[in-house]
Design a binder for this molecule. Sequence first.
Ligand SMILES: [Fe+2]
Ligand SMILES: [Fe+2]
Length: 240
Amino acid sequence: MAQFSDRIEPKDFTKMPKEYQELLTRLLAIQADCEIGGPHIYVDHWTLRAPTVDDQWRVAKIASEEIDHCRKFLRMLGLLDIDRSDILSRPRSKREVDAFKEDMPEWADFAAFGMLIDKVGEYQLDEMVESSFRPIEDYLPQILREEKGHISYGYQQLEKLTKSGDEGRAKAQAAVDKWYIVGLDMFGKSGSSRTERYLEWGLKRRTNEEARRQYTAEVEPQIQALGLVVPDRMAGRKYL
Ligand SMILES: [Fe+2]
Ligand SMILES: [Fe+2]
């Protein structure tokens, strides 16, 4: 497939074909929505209820980083003269991605969300490495670095739970069962025709199914390393 390889600066945006303009603004807006979607689920509930003061500080820090990621994607939209600050007050039920409509009643949910959903976030952001929209490279390295921190914190918290006894292990398993399926769904439908267009315009690097396959290959051994059972992937096959 021939791939568009120019680097587009904001000043050139309006000279680009409508399709490029639409795909880029869609991609940036969905990412902004996903970045702020997490904090909207857990900040109120977990910032001051996480198990230790270190964990409370960590929840606050993770939330602050996610808000900053959202800010950066809104800023990139701003470079195109697009104001999507409406995303900040969008009700949870209207979030772009179903994962951010869920609840997080248990600490194990916060942990599994970090390990599994922030991991999908890392995959989504990884699509933007060497994006044809030039300004992305100004923001992406720090965002990706911070996502890795969220993921490893989630993993460590799940590990703590699995080692804490039968109750902790059961809670960790239930949370992994829930969020793994939610995560798989976040990659979008296999064979998506829009993804082909993103690839052609140099806005993504992998198809949904390729990214999902790599994700399962990376994450399933980690679930096993925690001594947990890998959930049945087919349980949430909305994406197929
Ligand atoms: Fe983020
Ligand atoms: Fe994150």
